[in-house]
Design a protein around this ligand. Structure first.
Ligand code: BV8
Length: 236
């Protein structure tokens, strides 16, 4: 791939639900997506959680169980990014909007979950962040402070501040290549990363997506097709 890069250097890769689609996880805004079956306001906002925590727990418990299914695994798209990190002579950072753990399971280590992680919960009383592969209920007590009713998914809902933003901004400012993979470009601030890269004028920007995203025209290069095919083809 290095032959296609104007100046080999650090790479930042933004991923969204599309990279996990061929592993069997649903996207959000495709016609059969998550937001076609669930109300975003009811299950992915702090207001929805305050209104009906049991409904939100059930929503995320179902997705946690799916993630734990034995035949659910990283696909060649995830694996190609892990290989790139291992072989590229400069830093490679994956910034994922996804809350699944498929990048980790593929071998990516330099990874930031800007919308949190499905397999973690947080206590709103003592701020403990805990590994939580199983179900979470309203009645579950916090193992750290023993309070009941204070645990929530460690996930960034709409209206909440994404995680790791300073580190992400610094990496975007320094990169030579920005890849955006499997995201519709609907959700900010992630959808704004390509604007930032363009305004700095340093990096080459490539969208790899099944179809043109909302921000496709902002990328220097667009490659359309399923991630399990176009990502390995681009990276290797
Ligand atoms: C913020 C939770 C301030 C976890 C998610 C009014 C009030 C408050 C906020 C706002 C407002 N209006 C706008 C906003 C901002 C808001 C926002 O952007 N709203 C949108 C809807 C307009 N954003 C926020 O609230 C964010 N916080 O702004 O705080 C701030 C900002 C910066 C600095 C400081 C403070 C918080 C957003 C996070 C919300 N949480 N998820 C969960 O349940 O998963 S967002 C949710 O959307 C997921 O995280 C998901 O990853 C993300 C983005 O979706 P995509 O990943 O792109 O998925 P999508 O289905 O849309 O697209 C999939 C793509 O893949 C498609 O293009 C498809 O073609 C492609 N594809 C399909 N198959 C394949 C494929 N590609 C390749 N191969 C395939 N096989």
């Amino acid at each position: 791939m290095s032959s296609e890069l104007p100046t080999p250097g650090p790479i930042v890769i933004l991923t969204g639900a599309g990279i996990s689609k061929e592993s069997g996880l649903d996207t959000f805004r495709d016609k059969d997506g998550i937001w076609a079956r669930h109300s975003l306001e009811e299950v992915a906002t702090p207001e929805g959680f305050a209104r009906d925590p049991a409904k939100v727990h059930a929503f995320y418990n179902a997705r946690r169980r799916q993630l734990a299914e034995p035949d659910l695994a990283p696909n060649p798209g995830h694996l190609a990014l892990a290989k790139l990190e291992a072989e590229w002579p400069h830093p490679v950072l994956v910034v994922t909007q996804n809350i699944d753990n498929l990048h980790e399971r593929a071998g990516t280590t330099h990874l930031l979950h800007m919308h949190g992680e499905l397999t973690k919960v947080r206590c709103t009383a003592c701020d403990a962040v805990l590994e939580w592969p199983g179900d979470l209920e309203v009645s579950t007590a916090c193992p750290a402070c023993a309070r009941v009713g204070t645990l929530r998914p460690h996930i960034v809902w709409f209206g909440e501040i994404p995680l790791h933003m300073e580190e992400i901004d610094a990496a975007l400012s320094a990169c030579s290549l920005f890849l955006s993979i499997g995201t519709s470009g609907n959700v900010y601030p992630a959808a704004g990363f390509v604007h930032m890269v363009r305004s700095l004028g340093r990096a080459h920007s490539v969208e790899l997506n099944l179809e043109p995203s909302q921000g496709a025209s902002l990328f220097a290069e667009t490659i359309h097709g399923p991630a399990s095919q176009v990502v390995p083809a681009y990276v290797e």
